[in-house]
Structure formats: structure tokens, C-alpha cells
Design a protein. Structure first.
Length: 151
């Protein structure tokens, strides 16, 4: 459909399969709902009286968003980031179908090393790198978002 639109505009078509762009589009389509639901739940749990009170006190829509809505939604955004990040680490089917052998994600690379080349050392090294990277990023997110601190 996208390439048909590009042809109609007289532009050059581009491949969306067996490359990184196709993997990113497919992974994004798969992971968006996992990001939307924590944020939506957080937005729906906010007290509407806070927004009305800010409006009565003369705050404009942008000020209400940045001073009230955004700070109250930050835990939902943080949860959405962590959830989609953890799910993206284990993505296997989407990169395998859309990326093929030319463009592999970490889970596919581990599978390649264990099944095709039987190189257990390389598979272990990739898995440890994946584990350490995810641990560092999750610690950073917990420090930035303030989770894990006593009340």
C-alpha cells in the first residue's frame, strides 16, 4: 500500500522486508499496544478535579499539561518504557520473518549460534551482553523514575 502511494506520487519504491526498516515497522506495530495501555490506565486514574482546579485558577492548557498531567503520567510512561523494552529484547518471530538472515536481532543471533553453528561460546557471550545491557538500562530507568526508593 505504501509503495502504491509512492508510485502514484512518482517516487521510488523501497523494500520493507528483509531489512532493518521492515523489522522496526513490524516491531513497532507489535509493541505499541503494550506501551499505550499503561499510559492510558495512568491517564484514566487521574482525578479530573485537579485539571478543573488548575483551569479555574487561570492555568492554560499547556501549563496544565506540563504541571499536572505529565508529572502524574510519568509512572505510566516509565512502566510503558520498561514493558516494551523487555518485550523487545525477546522479539524473535517478527525479526525472523521481516529481517531474514541479513538483519538479525539479539534473540535471533543467539538462536543462530545455538542451532546453525553450534557455537555455544558465542551464544553465551551475546546472551550475557544482552543481560548486562538490559540490567544497566533498567537500573537507570528505576533511578530516573524514582522507583525502588522508600516512601
Amino acid at each position: 500500500m505504501i509503495n502504491a502511494g509512492l508510485r502514484a506520487l512518482g517516487l521510488q519504491e523501497f523494500e520493507m522486508i528483509f531489512n532493518r526498516f521492515g523489522v522496526l515497522v513490524g516491531s513497532t506495530n507489535y509493541l505499541i499496544p503494550f506501551a499505550v495501555f499503561p499510559i492510558l490506565t495512568n491517564l484514566l486514574s487521574q482525578d479530573a478535579n485537579l485539571l478543573k482546579a488548575a483551569e479555574v485558577m487561570g492555568a492554560g492548557p499547556l501549563r496544565i499539561f506540563w504541571r499536572i498531567t505529565f508529572p502524574l503520567t510519568a509512572p505510566g510512561v516509565s512502566a510503558a518504557f520498561v514493558l516494551t523494552f523487555v518485550l523487545s529484547l525477546g522479539l524473535f518471530a517478527t525479526p525472523a520473518l521481516l529481517g531474514g538472515r541479513r538483519d538479525m536481532m539479539m534473540a535471533n543471533l543467539i538462536d543462530f549460534y545455538t542451532r546453525d553453528t553450534l557455537n555455544w561460546n558465542a551464544a553465551s557471550a551475546v546472551a550475557v551482553i544482552l543481560l548486562l545491557t538490559s540490567a544497566v538500562l533498567l537500573v537507570l530507568v528505576s533511578r530516573i523514575s524514582g522507583t525502588g526508593k522508600p516512601a
